[in-house]
Design a protein around this ligand. Sequence first.
Ligand code: FES
Length: 177
Amino acid sequence: MTNAISVDSSRRDFLFIATGAVAAVGAAAATWPFIAQMNPSASTVAAGFPVEIDLGPIAVGQVIKVFWRGQPIFVSHRTPKQIEEAETADWKSMRDPQPDSARVKAGHEEWLVVSAICTHLGCIPTPHEGNFDGWFCQCHGSQYDSSGRIRLGPAPLNLALVPYEFLSDAKLQIGVA
Ligand code: FES
């Protein structure tokens, strides 16, 4: 089952997408927050049903949010500048040191898929805010870079990685079937 969800081409748009077993993103205007409820039920999704994401309509620089296992997940289509900054940053000096290469899949460096839960006290950070073109958490000021790594503020850890795989260049699946 596939349901179309509207997407705005603006890079700052932040879409809120509640997904079912299969979620697809369609091309059309949208405002934030955009909420779409789809089947199966939330309880089924919360149980860990895999979520498929159609990547085609997600513009470069855009971040969407989906739900998997009842948890919000960011899917970020990174710009070349964001990728370069993430790859060249001095990760060894970071609070939770991790190279960008360990946080993305080789050959798909433009896509970052991470938990949308701040590792401080659980707020949801805002994309494209802060000093690192990543995320800014409004609650207590934590800042994450375009690799989702903690760079400033009280959060102790990077945005958590989640299991996913590419089904094709244009589709990924969060969770294991
Ligand atoms: S919950 Fe994000 S900085 Fe405190």
